[in-house]
Design a protein around this ligand. Structure first.
Ligand SMILES: NC(=O)c1ccc[n+]([C@@H]2O[C@H](COP(=O)([O-])OP(=O)(O)OC[C@H]3O[C@@H](n4cnc5c(N)ncnc54)[C@H](OP(=O)(O)O)[C@@H]3O)[C@@H](O)[C@H]2O)c1
Length: 175
């Protein structure tokens, strides 16, 4: 497989859990980062920590990926700050543990807007920027979607999680 070193990466949900771990690993390679989440303070603390530990530039952006305008503003901010985006990690995600029978339409809608639409809106905006990047090793950028095995193997229980992650799996694409 071809490779293209990431110089600037956007990590949605970068202030916690898997996203924070991915952001840390990227910072360790010298990648400049934009981390996004709804909680401004958590974003700021994570950015401060990554900067201090790895000496890389990190921009915290408050964004709710379930809103199209926030996704557009997030990717625009990253491009404005660093000039180009090489890697997008669509990691922000939520779930409910209700069964299908118990799932309210508003909850299904909230998960869909965050996990599926949010990933699409961020990917679309990132793609529009990445196609301007110079080609390196056959690539202009990379987009990685963090989903769940629940999208491949459904089980009785987390109905909303299984349906939505199923829609957003498989988990990687190249631009
Ligand atoms: N951990 C697991 O076992 C597991 C299993 C299957 C799939 N996954 C998937 O892996 C990803 C990360 O999971 P995790 O366990 O690391 O989750 P987590 O610790 O709960 O973190 C979720 C992250 O997403 C952000 N987020 C949630 N809703 C958002 C929104 N509307 N806009 C912007 N950011 C939002 C949160 O930040 P704010 O709260 O600041 O918005 C937080 O940074 C998710 O997509 C999840 O579905 C995880």
């Amino acid at each position: 497989m071809s490779s293209r070193n990431a110089r600037t990466a956007v990590v949605t949900g970068g202030n916690s859990g898997i996203g924070r771990a991915v952001a840390g690993a990227l910072a360790g390679t010298g990648t400049r980062l934009v981390i996004a989440g709804r909680r401004e303070e958590a974003n700021r603390r994570t950015a401060d920590d990554l900067r201090e530990r790895h000496g890389v530039e990190v921009e915290p952006v408050t964004a709710d990926v379930s809103r199209e305008a926030d996704c557009i503003a997030l990717i625009s901010r990253a491009a404005e700050r660093f000039g180009a985006i090489d890697l997008l990690i669509n990691n922000a995600g939520i779930g409910t543990w209700d069964t299908i029978a118990e799932t309210a339409t508003e909850d299904f809608d909230r998960v869909l807007k965050t996990n599926l639409y949010g990933a699409f809106w961020c990917a679309r905006e990132a793609f529009r920027r990445m196609r301007e990047n110079p080609e390196v090793a056959g690539l202009r950028g990379s987009i990685v979607n963090i989903a769940s095995v629940a999208g491949k193997e459904a089980w009785s229980g987390p109905g909303t999680c299984c349906r939505v992650t199923g829609a957003s799996t498989p988990t990687g694409s190249w631009v």
